[in-house]
Design a protein around this ligand. Structure first.
Ligand SMILES: Cc1cc2nc3c(=O)[nH]c(=O)nc-3n(C[C@H](O)[C@H](O)[C@H](O)COP(=O)(O)OP(=O)(O)OC[C@H]3O[C@@H](n4cnc5c(N)ncnc54)[C@H](O)[C@@H]3O)c2cc1C
Length: 338
């Protein structure tokens, strides 16, 4: 019998397969079922990673400065111990697949499964449906020629409009800039509407590449074929939508658990999951308060503490975030008064 069946060869299962491929003799056969020959073709994958911790997969870009702006006010972060990393999806995928395809016990099958496969362990990363999302992070991005002097903007022109939070994300990559119009919301904005807004922003600059997505901010689903992982397993953090490096950290531990015949658990602490639910309650009921609070948090937190919180998995980082956040809206939301 197959020892491990990975349903989907996207971000989370690729991280796991990459970890397992470093064990020369596995307890049995590993099968990866993935219908798409290039599952990460149109994705730019970013997240925070400690500056001094080695990365097994080489990123395309790293930054130590990033900024936020709201109503003409600007906050700049300069980190000492953290970096913001970017992978072009195909480059990440190629590096990982070179290693896993060289392992004699790992098999990549181009197929879509229609039922739960038979295996000792099954990791299910089929994307959840939109009805299973608690809230939505919708965005459209264009890669255009870089304008001299542009800096990395995590949340620029942060504002509350149409019952959601809108901002511009700008990633200067030396020669090109990826610029995205993003919304956090409880009802998804049609992507063509976001595309029109972005088109107005970039004007007549030539567009070299496009990407878009609706990412879950919290999921509620239980129709799994095995252990839910990736977005299905709640790895896309409900307060940020980020999952890339959380999946990577999870995979290191999950591979050890599986090799010891134990079921892996998710990447986030109970405190983070609780805080994220408070965040979602504020987004649902008072997006205008949350918009102001996000900018205050950016003003009050140091770059390193902010990055540590965004990376996930640290109780200390959560406590620092709670200290920086304006207390009233969060306490009211936590007590379900707001
Ligand atoms: C354009 C774009 C940019 C993004 N940028 C970032 C970012 O900067 N940082 C970040 O953290 N996240 C980012 N994300 C989100 C991130 O890609 C997802 O959260 C992440 O891919 C989720 O990982 P996953 O393993 O759950 O799913 P996926 O990577 O979506 O993998 C699931 C796989 O399952 C396969 N599948 C579906 N049905 C079946 C079936 N029946 N049988 C077998 N296989 C099946 C699919 O083909 C898919 O490849 C971005 C997403 C997009 C689309």
């Amino acid at each position: 019998m197959t020892w491990l069946h990975l349903i989907g060869g996207g971000v989370s299962n690729l991280h796991l397969a990459h970890q397992l491929a470093q064990t020369p003799v596995l307890p049995g056969k590993v099968v990866i079922s993935e219908p798409n020959p290039e599952p990460l073709a149109d994705k730019t994958l970013c997240g925070f990673w400690p500056a001094k911790e080695p990365l097994a997969i080489k990123p395309n870009h790293r930054w130590q400065q990033w900024g936020f702006s709201q109503a003409g006010q600007q906050v700049n972060h300069l980190a000492q111990h953290w970096t913001y990393c970017r992978y072009a999806g195909p480059d990440f995928s190629r590096q990982v697949r070179d290693l896993i395809e060289a392992h004699p016990q790992i098999l990549w099958r181009q197929e879509a499964l229609s039922e739960r496969p038979k295996a000792r362990w099954v990791m299910d990363s089929r994307p959840p449906s939109l009805e299973q999302f608690q809230a939505f992070q919708s965005f459209v991005g264009f890669e255009v020629d870089e304008v001299q002097g542009e800096s990395l903007g995590l949340m620029e022109n942060l504002c509350c409009e149409d019952h959601g939070i809108s901002f511009v994300y700008r990633l200067p990559m030396g020669g090109r800039t990826l610029i995205e119009l993003t919304r956090f919301e409880t009802t998804p904005t049609p992507l063509d509407q976001l595309e029109q807004g972005l088109q107005a922003l970039v004007g007549d600059r030539q567009i070299h590449y496009r990407e878009s997505a609706v990412i879950p901010m919290g999921v509620q689903c239980d129709d799994h074929w095995g252990i839910p992982v990736g977005a299905r397993g709640g790895f896309a953090r409900a307060s940020t939508g980020y999952s890339f490096f959380a999946s990577q950290r999870w995979a290191v531990k999950a591979a050890q658990d599986l090799l010891n015949d134990r079921a892996p658990i998710g990447p986030y602490t109970a405190l983070e999951n609780w805080m994220d639910q408070v965040f979602l309650r504020l987004l649902r009921n008072h997006p205008e308060r949350l918009t102001r609070a996000l900018f205050v948090i950016a003003q009050r937190m140091s770059a390193d503490h902010f990055a540590a919180f965004m990376a996930g998995g640290s109780v200390l980082a959560c406590l620092r975030m709670m200290r920086a956040a304006p207390p009233k809206p969060f306490i009211q939301a936590a007590l379900k008064w707001a």
